[in-house]
Design a protein around this ligand. Structure first.
Ligand code: NAD
Length: 472
């Protein structure tokens, strides 16, 4: 391998090539799965104060084997075609791994969002959406964006409103974008979904005794030391939920402004409140500040969760990583050549295309909700509640005993939308991990979970193509 740093898209493709050796698909089909099907680069003007700024933006549809295509929109000054193509490709494999019936796509706008006012960001978002509409690159059956780095529910609401302005009367308009606010055709549980999926994925990974033994760890999340890089949407929820529901111990957090450490553990809820009030995690009581923000990545810990951006672990620092498990909450945080070092050092890497698939899974639920025009649980909640109540009544009658009001409420509760979303997400993450783990176990020459995840994805996408009859 040369000294040149590998680009994100190159990394994705090198990972792809490594895994492609283990699948039994025609060569041309493998090539078709690998390439990006459509790349749209646009440049449009936006008025910023008294000036006109030219904004560079992209939408890449990686695979049309299933439609619509699906993938987030990133606002970052580092956006370029290579990055968006890499992210779009990962979306295809991600959707296949968790059995979400979409092709992969991704969008990117090359801006630093914090340099613009809310008004200007709204103009940029609306103009970007208009460009997508003009080229037929958005729609509930065509291509459905969602939030990613630098965007959130607010931007998705602007996209929805712009789409509706042009497509008034289109019955399924709300399915043109996901990650919307709940009040604007969104779904409960979408904001936390990627972070919650990271927690379910980690919990599943640490539940296998054989795998944990190899790492010198006990099974279970409780007490596992965790380090988190990036306290945005994904990192904050992954940390909060791992701590609250898994009893994990967050010993260090790194953000743009610096990194903090505490052997005793950091209360995530209080830390997030502190950052909101002071604008920084540095100075949070009971913690020490590390020499520089990336020092957090090199700490000794059970689980490292990079949840910021790609290529943060490269061949330059891979040998310094002391974590036993890395859960790639961000997309592409480990470069191809860095992973070879990590594997050699016995670190278990849980790949991005699996562990951060919670977001697209719940986006899929949101899209289904939009197409069905109905909230999950609306039809059956009351019916189930009445059935459970009757059941408890019968048991009470037969046993002559009564249960307390609190217990009765607990066992007779019908599921709300949030309960169904969380249980659907949990099932998806658990099932997908078991599939990937099985591939790794069965194929003796595969010694990493990423290749196993790729094999699982390639077989599913390949079968879709073959069933389409594109390759007779
Ligand atoms: P976000 O914008 O909400 O948060 C990212 C955070 O990382 C920000 O707070 C930023 O300040 C911080 N950060 C940036 N560079 C850093 C550095 N060098 N060190 C420490 N912190 C740094 O973004 P997000 O939506 O949480 O996305 C994070 C990653 O997760 C991205 O790779 C994204 O593609 C991936 N992802 C996001 C979703 C989603 O649903 N939002 C889904 C799947 C994957």
């Amino acid at each position: 391998m040369s000294n040149k740093n590998i680009s994100f898209y190159e990394s994705v493709n090198l990972n792809f090539d490594r895994a492609a050796k283990f699948v039994d698909l025609p060569k041309g089909l493998v090539e078709q799965i690998k390439v990006c099907n459509a790349v749209y680069q646009m440049k449009f003007p936006v008025k910023v104060g008294n000036q006109i700024k030219v904004i560079e933006a992209y939408r890449v549809q990686h695979s049309h084997h299933r439609l619509p295509t699906k993938g987030g929109i990133r606002y970052s000054i580092h956006v370029d075609q290579d990055e968006v193509m890499a992210l779009a490709a990962l979306m295809t494999y991600k959707c296949a791994i968790v059995d979400v019936p979409f092709g992969g796509a991704k969008g990117g706008v090359k801006i630093s969002p914090f340099k613009y006012t809310d008004r200007q960001l709204e103009s940029i978002t609306r103009r970007y959406t208009t460009e997508l509409i003009r080229k037929n690159f958005i729609g509930p059956g065509i291509d459905v964006p969602a939030p990613d780095y630098g965007t959130g529910a607010r931007e998705m609401a602007w996209i929805l409103d712009t789409y509706l302005t042009f497509k008034n009367g289109e019955l399924d308009f709300a399915g043109c974008v996901t990650g919307k606010p709940v009040s604007q055709n969104g779904i409960r549980g979408r904001a936390e979904a990627t972070g919650r999926g990271v927690y379910y994925g980690l919990r599943e990974a640490v539940s296998f005794e054989d795998d944990m033994k190899k790492l010198g760890l006990e099974t279970g999340m409780a007490g596992k030391t965790m380090v988190i890089q990036g306290l945005g949407n994904v990192g904050s929820h992954a940390g909060l939920i791992s701590q609250k529901e898994g009893d994990a111990k967050i010993i260090a957090v790194s953000e743009y402004e610096g990194a903090i450490y505490s052997e005793k553990g950091i209360d995530m809820e209080k830390l997030l409140k502190f950052r909101k009030e002071t604008g920084s995690i540095v100075g949070y009581p009971g913690t020490t500040t590390l020499a520089h923000r990336d020092a957090a990545l090199e700490l000794e810990c059970d689980i490292l969760v990079p949840a910021a951006l790609e290529n943060v672990i490269t061949k330059e620092n891979a040998h310094k990583i002391k974590a036993k498990i890395i859960g790639e909450a961000a997309n592409g945080p480990i470069s191809f050549d860095a992973e070879e070092i990590l594997i050699k050092n016995g670190i278990l890497v849980i790949p991005d295309m699996y562990i951060n698939a919670g977001g697209v899974t719940v986006s899929y639920f949101e899209w289904l909700k939009n197409l069905s025009h109905m909230r999950f649980g609306r039809i059956e909640k009351r019916f189930n509640q009445n059935t459970y109540n009757s059941l408890v009544n019968v048991v009470e009658k037969l046993t002559g005993k009564t249960i307390g009001e609190r217990e009765r409420r607990m066992v007779t509760r019908g599921a709300d939308e949030i309960d169904l979303v969380r249980s659907g997400l949990e099932e998806t993450m658990v099932e997908a991990y078991q599939q990937i783990r099985l591939v790794r176990k069965r194929k003796k020459r595969i010694n990493d979970l990423r290749s196993a995840a790729f094999v699982s994805a390639l077989n599913k996408v390949g079968n879709d193509y073959l069933n389409l009859g594109v390759f007779p």
